[in-house]
Design a protein around this ligand. Structure first.
Ligand SMILES: [Ca+2]
Ligand SMILES: [Ca+2]
Length: 137
């Protein structure tokens, strides 16, 4: 996660945090930097993952979106799998299905559609009338 795929900053710098308890034993996240990456919006660095073929590892993180994102904005993100050089991109299996490791370039970034709604405040005013005037007829 670094925000590099988005044309403008979409994450609040420094807001990135790894959710406690979501990191498997032995995995090293010590190089994660909440102010790293593109736009200083956070960089997750996960090392020493041991995953069996066909299995998956999930690490949960929280990040705060910029407050001024318009509804309809699509925030994209994609992880790199790196050894001494980049091996693969991550894939979002909900977009075009699961990527095929034997097919180059079919990996989809994760897409999050921002759905914002107007923030309305209803204000109701009531007045108490404590005296009345009567006109005698
Ligand atoms: Ca996919
Ligand atoms: Ca592929």
């Amino acid at each position: 996660m670094s925000g590099a795929m988005n044309p403008s900053a979409v994450f609040v710098p420094g807001s990135l945090s790894i959710v406690a308890g979501s990191v498997p034993p032995g995995v090293d996240i010590s190089n994660t930097n909440p102010f790293g990456g593109t736009n200083s919006s956070g960089l997750i660095d996960v090392r020493n993952i041991d995953a069996a073929p066909g299995s998956e590892v999930a690490i949960q993180f929280d990040v705060t979106l910029q407050s001024a994102l318009l509804g309809g904005t699509v925030v994209t993100n994609q992880a790199d799998l790196v050894d001494t050089a980049k091996i693969a991109d991550s894939d979002d299996p909900t977009v075009n299905g699961q990527a095929d490791p034997d097919v180059a370039g079919d990996e989809d970034p994760t897409r999050i559609l921002i759905q914002s709604a107007p923030y309305l405040i209803w204000r109701r005013t009531s007045r108490t009338i404590s005296s009345f005037e009567f006109t005698a007829m």
